[in-house]
Design a protein around this ligand. Structure first.
Ligand code: GLC
Length: 581
């Protein structure tokens, strides 16, 4: 089973938004909100900036870099978890939901960071990890201590006298088994992720109330949004039936059997009532279920549940070492856009802390094409409908580090995945080859600030090595180059912020079969833009459909573009947004 959920919706058909009425500014006005118009910058705090020399990034490091963040033009920041944690999964295993991780600093640092963001007009999104806690959380310590402890029912326990529990797969377990036997009470507990991440039992109303109280604690501090981690898994079938043979071959079944239980929507309405509707905040779900209907049910305004979701289908493209077909990439994004053209809202992203670097996966990280292809990919993210999530370092075109041996990895998913393959007598060489390209550590290397030792990230030894290409790829070098990835990113963010058509406008795919160029229009009333992206390392030529002619160039990652009538020629990885004549 793959983290990025490949093979979704194979029977999809392209639905053009042509047959829907085009939105106008007036139409969209009542639905305009700050979180739709935001550009989000995601920071992996461990890797952003270390100020105390322990090799781990910290909140004071983020405070130090607030002016830099503001200079990008982004207006919201999402931080991966910063709560107290024994760090089995880098903070996604929380031992105190109201405390700050020692390595990251103190609550005073948090308050100062939040104020610093707000003073600069930047909103803040908190990661909420409540499908599971750490096994070192007080709730779990109590829960495991005896069968009649008041916290017993905060987690999923299977008493051993019922026999072995029906098999459930675990993402990070070295044996792939989500049930862990605990001799203390002669019972098994459930962990969809690592052994140290026991799943919380959402069916218990006390657990839900604890979560809402935690969310209120942070909302009262002034956070502006919540990212609900692994959220589709919270509502489970707690009878844990035996699952049908071969179900795991279809990822839709996995989500259906492991989560998205019928109670999920009751829980979300309750969360909305208790927390979300009481503050000016939004919430985004990691995961969008297994059908469009699931996704709409999570985010449509009249549901009073969440405001946004991110789906994984885009991430399932390009996971093979052989590359991917652009037509497949276009098809996925077009189908999701069409399904949400009238109602609901999604996020747009090409990278995060769970996947490889954007330019290494979807672009071309060779010295020749790294810069144009990363600018091109940022043009894509920032010109689509949906709220863009831009991952730290992608504004510079940071690349995969591509480790060769298992000893170099720090990620529990890689380390335990390797153990699992090895103990099953599998092909570890092939596994290492895949990891080299797909590992989460590729996207977690320290931010490259300058050309000094460890890229200016730390005065100590970084917890994960800095990519050796930092001497060329770093903020300082790019600041002074008007053509750098960094300065292009700033221009592109500005273009989106100045043009509501790029946020709200209708999207229409052109030339769906073209394997080099992704071309689309965005239209909002009178405003029309044409986006042309060459996803290949070769020159490309396109013929625009009848009636369309490129007009004034609004942004271009090269100096010029060759266009005559309906014909446009694009250089390798060229990205152009222009008006239409
Ligand atoms: C989500 C996070 C991932 C984490 C997992 C368990 O998928 O994005 O980083 O390991 O949940 O919390």
């Amino acid at each position: 089973m793959n983290k990025s959920f490949p093979g979704f919706f194979l029977l999809a058909i392209l639905i053009s938004c042509n047959n829907q009425p085009e939105p106008t500014v007036q139409d969209t006005d009542p639905n305009r909100t700050w979180w739709k118009e935001a550009v989000i910058y995601q920071i992996y705090p461990r890797s952003f900036k270390d100020t105390d020399g322990d090799g781990v990034g910290d909140l004071r490091g983020i405070i130090e870099k607030l002016d830099y963040i503001q200079s990008l033009g982004v207006n919201m920041v999402w931080l991966n978890p910063i709560y107290s944690s024994p760090n089995a999964d880098n903070g996604y295993d929380i031992s105190d939901y109201r405390g700050i991780m020692d390595e990251f600093g103190t609550m005073e640092d948090f308050d100062e960071m939040l104020k610093g963001m707000h003073d600069r007009g930047i909103k803040f999104v908190m990661d909420v990890v409540v499908n599971h806690s750490s096994d070192e959380h007080e709730w779990f310590r109590q829960s495991r201590s005896s069968r009649d402890n008041p916290y017993r029912d905060y987690y999923h326990w299977w008493p051993a006298e019922k026999g072995k529990p029906p098999y459930r797969w675990s993402y990070f377990d070295a044996e792939g088994n989500a049930w862990q036997y605990d001799s203390l009470t002669d019972a098994y507990y459930l962990h969809y992720f690592a052994e140290k991440q026991p799943d919380l039992k959402w069916e218990n109303p006390k657990v839900r109330q604890e979560v809402y109280d935690i969310m209120k604690f942070w909302a009262d501090k002034g956070v502006d949004g919540f990212r609900l981690d692994a959220f589709q898994f919270v509502a489970k079938d707690t009878t844990f039936p035996k699952l049908p043979e071969g179900y795991e071959k279809d990822v839709k079944n996995v989500i259906k059997h492991y989560g998205m239980g019928p109670n999920l929507h009751d829980y979300l309405r309750e969360m909305n009532r208790e927390v979300l509707s009481q503050y000016d905040v939004f919430a985004v779900s990691e995961g969008a279920g297994s059908t469009f209907e699931d996704a709409h049910n999570l985010v449509d305004a009249d549901r009073n549940e969440l405001q946004m979701a991110y789906h994984f289908e885009g991430m399932s493209v390009g996971n093979s070492l052989e590359g991917y077909a652009l037509s497949e990439f276009k098809e996925v994004y077009t189908r999701w856009d069409s399904a949400f053209a009238q109602e609901g809202w999604l996020s747009i992203f090409l990278a995060n802390h769970d996947v490889p670097r954007m330019v290494s996966k979807f672009g071309n990280d060779s010295p020749e094409f790294r810069a144009p292809s990363s600018k091109m990919l940022n043009t894509f993210i920032l010109s689509m409908r949906g709220t863009p999530y831009c991952y730290y370092g992608d504004e510079l075109g940071m690349t995969n580090i591509s480790f060769d041996s298992i000893g170099q990895y720090r990620d529990i998913a890689a380390i335990n995945g390797y153990k699992k393959v090895a103990s099953a007598g599998g092909d570890v060489e092939q596994y290492l080859k895949e990891l080299k390209f797909l590992s989460r550590d590729n996207g977690r290397t320290p931010m490259q600030w300058d050309g000094s030792e460890h890229a200016g990230f730390t005065a100590g030894t970084p917890w994960l090595p800095v990519n050796p290409n930092y001497t060329q790829i770093n903020v300082q070098a790019q600041e002074s180059d008007p053509n750098s990835c960094l300065n292009y990113f700033r221009k592109m963010v500005r273009l989106r912020k100045d043009n509501p058509v790029l946020v709200y406008g209708g999207y229409e795919l052109l030339l769906p079969e073209h394997e080099q160029v992704y071309a689309y229009t965005r239209t909002l009333g009178e405003a029309k833009m044409l986006v042309l992206l060459n996803f290949s390392a070769e020159n490309a030529r396109i013929e625009l459909p009848a009636g369309l002619e490129a007009g004034e160039v609004l942004i271009n990652n090269y100096d010029a573009v060759e266009a005559a009538g309906s014909e446009v020629k694009l250089l390798p990885y060229q990205a152009v947004i222009c008006g239409l004549k």
